[in-house]
Design a protein around this ligand. Sequence first.
Ligand code: FES
Length: 141
Amino acid sequence: MEKNNRRKILNLIIWGWAGVTSIPFLSTVFRFTSPPKREGPITAAVSTTEEVPPNSGKTVSLGNRPVLLITTPEGERRAFLANCTHLGCVVRYREEENDIYCACHHSVFDIEGKNMSGPAPRPLPQLPIEIENDNIVVTVS
Ligand code: FES
C-alpha cells in the first residue's frame, strides 16, 4: 500500500515537472506556428505633394509596409503596395520608362500597377489615396 502511494507521488512529481517545463517550449511553438495578428487599416499622411512632382516616384513606409507613391507625367497620383508580387522585393518608379520596375528578377509593371513582363504573377495592389492640404494621405489595410 505504501509502495503504491510512493509510486503515485513520484508519478505526480515527474508529470508535474514535465508539464511545467514544457510550457515555455509549447509557448514558443505556438508563437511560431500561429499567423501574425492583422493590423487594422492604417491611414496617414506619408509625403507632401511637393516631394512627388510629375513623373516621379517615392517609396515610403506605412505601418510596416513599403508604399510606392507615383505622380504620372500628366500629374495623376497613385499609391501601390511596393512589394513585388513575385517574391516581395521593393519596386521603384522609372522616370525614363514611365513604369514600375523590380530589380530582383526584372519584372515590369505599368503605371496602373499591371504586371507587364517578368515573373511577377499579379498586378501591384493599388491603395486608396487622397490629397489633404498638400499632403498625400494613403490607407493600407
Ligand atoms: S521579386 Fe520582383 S521580379 Fe522577383
